[in-house]
Structure formats: C-alpha cells, structure tokens
Design a protein around this ligand. Structure first.
Ligand code: FUB
Ligand code: ZN
Length: 646
C-alpha cells in the first residue's frame, strides 16, 4: 500500500527536498572529502582521508535519501550520481563485504576494534538501509548486493558472540530488520535480535569504554601524524576545508556529566538489558534508534515482552524529558537527556536527528499498539522539532535546536558532523508512508496531509489545509461497496467541542477530551490523541469533512521545570510559535510580557512564503509578532524564544 503526497504544505517542502536539498547535500559531501575517501579506499586516487571515523555514514544516508526521492522524482541527474556512487562502493568494498574507509585507509587489516566508539556497525547499518531503500524504490539489486555482502560479513563475524560485541551507536539493528523484511533471511533477524538482547549485560562495560577511548585517542593521534607526513611528502596536496562544527550553549558541568554517563553505560543505553530500560537516558539519537529497533523486533517476532518497557520509556519521555517542541536531548555535552524536568530552553540540544529518531519510534509504536497517541507525537515532532532542521531553501540546516537563542546558533549549509541533513531528506522523501495504515477491514488516517492512498479495501484522497487552517476533506472510494472502519486520529491539540465531523453532510458527534491525571513537563500532551472510528457500509464518493477549530492554545510548563513560571509557549493547531528578533525589531523578546488576551492569528501571505502568524500586544501596548518555530533562522543571524513572559 503506497500513498502519494499531492499538494499543500508538505508537498512544497518535499519539492524543495527533491529539487534542491538532495543535490546540495551531494555537493557538500564531495566538497568535504567524504566521497573522495571512498575513491582513496578503492585505490582510484591517491589522497588523504578526511573527516570523522564515521564519515562514511553521511554518504550512505545521502544514498538512502536519494533512493527514496527517486521513487517520486526519477531525475536522470540523480540516477547518474547514485549509479556512479554505487559503482564506487562496489570497488571500495572489500571482497569479504567489509567497508569502513577509516580502517581500510589508515589501519589496513584492522576491523571491529572499538565497537562502542568508532561506529563501524553504525556505518554498515546506514549502507544496508541505503541498499534496502534503493531496492524498494528502483527494483534494482546492485546496491542491495553490496548491502547484503556487508550484512553477511556482520552475521559471519558476530552471530553467536556475547555482550562485548554490540555497537556503541544503535542503527545496525534497524538496518538488519529492514533487510530481513525484504529478504526473509532469518540470520538478519537473529543478528538484530542478538545486538538488542546483548545490550546492557557487560559488567565490565566501564573498563571496556576506558580501553576503547584510549585506543581511539591513540589511533586518532596516529592519523594526525600521518596527515602531517602526507602533507610534507605531497607539497601540492590541499587538505579539504572541513566545515565548522555546530555551536551550542553548554552548562558548566558538561564534560563531567559526559564521563559519568559514558562510564555508567547510559550514554550508549548499555546500562541495563533493554526490558529493564524504562527511562530515556544518554545520547538521544542512539536512544531513539534503539527504541525504534526494539519496537520493530517486537512487531517482527511478535515478542510482546518488549512492550511494557517501551511504553514506560515513552511515558517517562513525554511526561518528564521532552521539550514543548517535541525535541529531546537537554544536554549539549551528551547530545542527550538530562534529568526529569531538566529542560532549560537555552541549553536545549534537541538534535534534529533525535526528533527524527523519535518519529521513527512513534511510527513503530503506532503499528505495534494501535494507539493514536504515538501518531499524535509523530505529528507534533514532524511540524516542530524535526521541520525546524531544514531551512526553507533546502540548503541550510540546524543541528541543535534551542528553544531560546540569544545568538550563536544559525542555519549552516553543512557541518563537520553532517548527520542531520540527509536524515531529514530521507524522512521527508518517505513521509507518505506515515500517513495511513490499513488491514483487511480497517483504514487508519494518522496524518492530515494532502495525499492519495490505495488501501486495498478502498482508495482515500485527502485534501488538507493544515497547518494553516483546520479543514480536511476525505473522499472514500471502496473497491467494492463494503463495510469497514475508517479510523480518524483526533489530535491532542483539538478538543471535542472544537472538532466538527460530517459524513456526506451529516454531523457526527465528538466527545470531549478526557482529563489527564498529571500534566506533562512541557505542557504538550500527546496522550490526548485518540481514534475516531467511523464504521459503515461505504460506497463510492462518500465524503468525510473535518473542521478542527484551531484556537491559539497557551502551553505552560510543569511547575517542576525550573525557570518557566510565568511563561507560556504559544501554539496553534500542530504548530509551536516563537518570537524571532527579525519580526520584533527594537523589542526585547526575552523581557517583554505578552497580554495573552490580545493574541490573534493572522494570515500573512507575504511573510516566509505565506504563513499564519500570531500577533499580540505587550502589557505596555507594543506589538509582538510570532512565527512558527520551525521557520526561525531563515533570515540570517537572529535571536529567538519559544517561551514568553505572560
Ligand atoms: O555519532 C553519529 C551521529 O553524529 C550521531 O547520531 C549524532 O548525534 C552526531 O553526533
Ligand atoms: Zn544529526
């Protein structure tokens, strides 16, 4: 069952993704030496490898994104680049399936030495995902063959091994499960299960981290020395100008907390077996990929014993450790979680990749449990914590996403660690897959994105005015007149009284939201998302019309979140809004106090490509203008805040 996004807010962004972002990213990968590393490894050219030991993964994620984009935008130019890169990978890959340019070039014959830190399995994972996506979207097996050789190498080298043979950055598990689903080759499933089940069972983990950290350091120093020698013996060699790293405002105790987290295993989610992990800890992208993989494994193997820990972890994240944008990761040093209610807006790391990882997890949880709250959080993170990562131009990105920025964080064309851009591109390209799901007698509409879907029992066409207006029209065309349930997700941001649903013009009743016992840390609560089943005998041309009133909704943080008393976050529909200096010249956006009664939403077709902005007055009668948080940083250096004094 596939769906195609046809118009509206997301269609525009997906066009920018396919026409601009993906080509820009390839230019940056070439310009920073990342692709050249494969040419050096293949022996095509002489040169010196540039970039982090995990740089290969950025090229693989690009290939994954390009493969997914190709399905809807079969550009010959894109095909040429993909084919040439695939051929290069075939030359660079060693005959036994191993491919990791850092070792191949600098430490020939060495492999799998620092699994917790040097990302070998993470890189192979992104290669395997690219192979699966390429096959799914082109039907070709040339890249899939490379991916399978890599996967078979890993099965050969790791299946049956114990706790000391797990990856420090989860990803390979997702890749192997995706590969299993298209090949039905059991060893891939077993390998993924082993990597998941073996986590958190090494009593000497701290010692292995100390050893590996020191080995990584000495290997890094050796590479630096080799580079100096290479430059000396190759006077014409011009080292690539690697981009800058991202800037993030950090609390004082960052390094100490990183070491504590790393040595305890929490940074890597290696502190306990996965069924005992019920609190989100450590690096937030690693965390999100692990939870995604566990959810995929639970579905694939029908192993329900994983579910309680998944549900408790999700609850704890939403209740205590997530920003109002849906961003996760409070500590820049860890690129990960702090303590409960530790949600400082200035320090907010909330990496773009972490939001994407959480969205992947939420999609799997929605399929695993059938509960609407997961698709509610998916929507909220999509529109806010993830969408903020790509500029309107498709060629500028944010890596960490503070909720208050007093300067120093701005969109960049690339980063020294460019993990987010192609992660966004591959997710945008696949967005259609997250709108619907169906079974033999049910269709679920998870997202209100304009699209068309063949659900087998019926085709569905959605025309949605979200996020600017609340009108959604759904045309249902059953393959033959038949009875089934069409399940609409009623979003947490719209109460029953604000939701109007008609079926062929007949008004249907909608019950009010039930009150939650305890409020979340951020004031946004996906647990209010619920399903609205319409069970009937459908006939061709049936029309469901929804109208979500989209009042401005003020979110207030839990009293345990320091520094937020007397502040509100302004939201409307699925969007979080913010004050950006560009729209509020001469105003102190951090010190102003808003007259909340004065807030009103206004369509402004001339602002940022046409948006609904929110205007209001300060207590002293001055005008303040709010824009969607995901659009800040599109107009040069600026300051911004999503939390405002009331
Ligand atoms: O370590 C690989 C990726 O680079 C992580 O997922 C991101 O946080 C960035 O550090
Ligand atoms: Zn990233």
């Amino acid at each position: 069952m596939i769906s195609k996004i046809t118009s509206g807010f997301w269609h525009e962004r997906l066009e920018v993704n396919a026409q601009r972002a993906i080509f820009h990213q390839w230019e940056q990968l070439e310009g920073s030496g990342c692709i050249e590393n494969f040419r050096i490894a293949a022996g095509d050219v002489d040169g010196f490898r540039e970039g982090w030991f995990f740089a290969d993964s950025d090229a693989y994620k690009w290939l994954d994104a390009a493969s997914r984009i190709y399905a809807s935008h079969p550009s010959p130019q894109l095909a040429t680049v993909m084919d040439e890169f695939t051929a290069l990978l075939a030359r660079a890959q060693q005959p036994d399936g191993y491919i990791f340019t850092y070792n191949q070039i600098h430490f020939p014959g060495t492999r799998w030495v620092n699994l917790q830190i040097e990302h070998e399995l993470y890189c192979h994972g992104h290669l395997i995902e690219a192979g699966v996506s390429h096959f799914e979207n082109t039907g070709r097996t040339d890249l899939l063959d490379i991916a399978r050789r890599a996967a078979d190498r890993i099965v050969e080298d790791f299946l049956g091994k114990g706790t000391g043979h797990t990856p420090g950055h989860e990803e390979i598990e997702i890749a192997l499960l995706r590969l299993y689903k298209i090949t039905n080759h059991k060893p891939y499933l077993e390998m993924a299960r082993q990597f998941i089940e073996q986590r958190g069972r090494d009593p000497l983990f701290a010692l292995s981290i100390i050893r590996q950290n020191s080995s990584v350091d000495s290997r890094g120093k050796y590479v630096q020395q080799k580079k100096l020698e290479y430059i000396f013996t190759h006077p014409n060699f011009k080292p690539f100008q690697l981009p800058l790293g991202n800037a993030a405002k950090k609390p004082g105790n960052t390094t100490l907390r990183w070491y504590a987290s790393a040595l305890s295993g929490k940074y890597f989610q290696q502190h306990a077996p996965v069924r005992k992990q019920v609190v989100p800890v450590g690096h937030s992208v690693r965390f999100g990929y692990l939870e995604t993989a566990i959810s995929m494994l639970a579905r694939e193997s029908s192993d329900k014993t994983f579910i309680p820990a998944l549900e408790k972890t999700w609850e704890c994240m939403v209740m205590h450790r997530m920003y109002v944008t849906g961003g996760i990761g409070s500590l820049p040093g860890l690129e990960g979680f702090g303590n409960d209610y530790e949600l400082d807006p200035d320090y907010a790391y909330a990496e773009t990749c972490a939001a994407l990882a959480s969205m992947f997890w939420n999609w799997e949880m929605a399929q695993l449990t059938g509960e609407a709250k997961y698709s509610d959080l998916f929507e909220w993170q999509l529109y806010n914590a993830a969408a903020v990562g790509m500029g309107l131009d498709g060629t500028s990105y944010l890596y960490n996403n503070p909720l208050t920025c007093r300067g120093g964080v701005s969109r960049k064309p690339w980063y020294a660690v460019p993990c987010c851009p192609s992660n966004l591109s591959r997710t945008w390209a696949d967005l259609g897959k997250y709108i619907y799901s169906s079974s033999e007698n049910e269709i679920f509409i998870h997202q209100y994105i304009s699209s068309e879907y063949d659900g087998g029992i019926a085709t569905i066409k959605i025309n949605s005015e979200l996020p600017w207006a609340g009108k959604v029209k759904i045309v249902v065309t059953p393959s033959t007149p038949n009875q089934f349930s069409l399940n609409l997700r009623l979003p947490s941001w719209c109460d029953g009284a604000e939701t109007h649903i008609t079926c062929n013009g007949e008004l249907l009743s909608v019950s009010p939201l039930s009150q939650q016992s305890e409020m979340t840390a951020s004031g946004y609560d996906p647990r209010d998302g619920r399903w609205y089943p319409i069970h009937r005998s459908w006939k061709s041309g049936d029309v469901i019309e929804l109208e979500f009133e989209m009042p401005i909704r003020l979110r207030r943080a839990h009293r345990k979140v320091k520094g937020h008393q007397g502040k509100v976050a302004v939201t409307r529909g699925p969007l979080v809004y913010c004050l950006e200096s560009v729209d509020n010249l001469e105003m102190d956006i951090f010190g102003s106090t808003i007259e909340t009664e004065s807030l009103e939403s206004v369509l402004d077709t001339n602002l940022l490509g046409g948006i609904v902005k929110i205007i209001g007055q300060t207590k002293t009668g001055k005008l303040l203008t709010f824009i969607p948080y995901n659009l800040w940083g599109n107009r040069g250096e600026s300051t911004m805040t999503a939390w405002v004094n009331e």
